[in-house]
Design a protein around this ligand. Structure first.
Ligand code: ME8
Length: 528
């Protein structure tokens, strides 16, 4: 069986999960579900990045030990992912002793082979912000160096300091990495990110990277040099491999699933994943991930996600108001995956009412309602074609391969739009056939009875197919659709069966249930 390994970033445990994390995790989950539907043996990893100064400081502010702080947050993250129907296979934590032992082995191996060496880091340092600058980073437009911190709202003087640290020979692997990027066009995706990485980081040239710190304690110790802890990225990036048992006694999963098929990451950390992580892997002689996909950033009502937005950035109020499927659908349908997007409350309502309530929800309730009303809940096993059948079935047949191509490229919005074209076409097919007019004479006219059964059968088939192709994103409604259409045969729910219009046996028996996606009105506000 073919394997598929997809990862989200491991999130910094300096705060609670927010909509930015949700976006990345929902997209990765949709991809994992899709690949499972396509028959892959999927491994889907998410987790927690628990070391570093930000975490140490957040724990201190809360008055608890860093480990306690992380343990508490792990519970909250797992609860959030459960609320969002995220079906991860493994939740990696960088405080996991097996992970820590493995990264210590990686660090030692790189040191022993001369790829990590001890030196000292000289730079301009802002103590309150704990940020290093090079002189060129502090140059103004006229080329004058201003010795002040450029962090938003800071502006305090920086000091020239030097700190002993270990360096990784990043520069040594530049040519090899460039050749790999050249030979593998999808390695950095989408293409806009690839160009960004090449122009902003590779063209100016890679310099060696400081990979240890002595200024804080909450990290993986460099075991052969007490006082040094690993710089957080060197601890964090290998999580994708250590989660599979890399550098442990049992690396069978690593052998099975590595290299990763895709690391899904946000644009601000694409550089770490497309440059530092591959160079570490090259130094270790390990294969590189097949794709790193750098997605865009979400804003909320036109504002950057930040603490000032308070509860508006937590996923829970949106799930409470619209339901988990609506939030997942909105995030993946509304924004192309790649560029930035702006989430708005009105936007969710519009998208929900148009696509979920009106298009899909109505198609289900109308179809089931008509089978009940005109045929007492069970379609007769008769059929007379309608002139509109061919167009509908041709559209359905053409849709599935297009949806596949879009999901395969992580273009969720295009995949959903393509799938919803079929729902919209089916709603038009109802108007074209005017089943209510056919229904008037079905008792007296067997042809009309057969025509009406045919129309309703086609609608049921569209719904069966929609239940399959929407399932990466809609985690519950596909089962609701199948239950209402009386579909119990698992063979009618497989991805391949979506390509087989007509697989549903005639004589559909329906069972009306609750309306999927009742309309919501604009007056509603997110409860805060
Ligand atoms: O960077 N819109 O963790 P992190 C969309 N620990 N996505 C957003 C977002 C926004 N406004 N804000 C954050 C880290 N994200 C490291 C990763 S991996 C080895 C280590 C998402 O908690 C985005 O996907 O700061 C980004 O990649 C991730 O959250 C950063 O999460």
């Amino acid at each position: 069986m073919k394997t598929f390994y997809v990862t989200t970033p491991i999130y910094y445990f300096n705060g609670e999960p927010h909509l930015g994390h949700t976006y990345c995790t929902v997209a990765s989950d949709a991809l994992a579900r899709y690949k499972k539907q396509r028959g892959y043996d999927v491994k889907f990893l998410t987790g927690a990045d628990e070391h570093g100064q930000k975490v140490e400081r957040a724990a201190a502010e809360a008055g608890v030990s860093p480990q306690q702080w992380c343990d508490d947050l792990a519970v909250k993250y797992k609860a959030a992912w459960q609320m969002l129907d995220i079906e991860y296979d493994y939740f990696q934590r960088t405080t996991n002793p097996a992970h820590m032992a493995a990264v210590q082995k990686i660090f030692k191996k790189l040191y022993d082979q001369g790829d990590i060496y001890k030196g000292s880091y000289e730079g301009l340092y802002c103590t309150p912000c704990e940020t290093f600058y090079t002189e060129s980073q502090l140059k103004d437009a006229d080329g004058k160096v201003n010795l002040v911190c450029t962090a938003e709202g800071c502006g305090r003087p920086v000091e020239r300091i030097s700190e002993e640290c270990y360096f990784f020979r990043l520069g040594k692997y530049q040519a090899q990495l460039e050749a790999h990027i050249e030979a593998n066009p999808d390695f950095i995706s989408p293409p806009s990110r690839r160009n960004e990485m090449i122009n902003n980081f590779l063209k100016p040239g890679l310099t060696d990277l400081c990979v240890s710190r002595t200024s804080f304690k909450w990290g993986v110790p460099v075991d052969f040099d007490p006082g040094h802890v690993m710089y957080v990225w060197v601890d964090a990036l290998p999580n994708y491999a250590t989660a599979l048992g890399f550098m442990s006694d049992d690396d069978s999963d690593y052998k099975k699933y590595w290299p990763a098929d895709v690391h899904v990451v946000g644009k601000e950390i694409t550089r770490f994943h497309t440059i530092i992580w591959p160079c570490i892997l090259l130094a270790l002689g390990e294969p590189l991930p097949k794709m790193i996909f750098g997605h865009g950033f979400l804003q909320i009502e036109g504002k950057k996600l930040g603490k000032s937005l308070g509860n508006a950035i937590a996923p829970a109020p949106y799930v409470e108001e619209f339901g988990v499927e609506a939030l997942r659908y909105y995030l993946l349908r509304e924004f192309a995956f790649g560029p930035d997007g702006n989430l708005t409350h009105d936007g969710i309502i519009n998208r929900y009412n148009a696509d979920l309530a009106n298009d899909l929800g109505n198609l289900l309730s109308r179809t089931v309602g008509m089978v009940e009303k005109y045929f007492g809940g069970e379609l007769p096993d008769i059929s007379a074609p309608s002139p509109y059948d061919a167009d509908l079935t041709a559209l359905a047949a053409a849709m599935v391969p297009k949806v596949e191509a879009h999901y395969d490229k992580l273009q969720f919005s295009d995949a959903l739009n393509e799938a919803w074209n079929l729902v919209r076409r089916a709603n038009k097919y109802i108007d074209e056939n005017a089943p209510w007019a056919m229904a008037k004479t079905i008792d007296a006219d067997p042809t009309k009875r057969a025509e009406l059964a045919n129309v309703l059968y086609h609608l049921a088939e569209v719904l069966r197919i929609m239940a399959i192709v929407s399932a990466p994103v809609l985690t519950r409604t596909p089962d609701v659709i199948r239950a209402q259409l009386g579909i119990t045969d698992a063979a009618l729910a497989t991805w391949e069966s979506a390509k087989d219009f007509g697989a549903l046996p005639r004589g559909v028996k329906v069972e009306k249930g609750l309306a999927a996606f009742p309309r919501v009105e604009k007056a509603a506000e997110v409860k805060g």
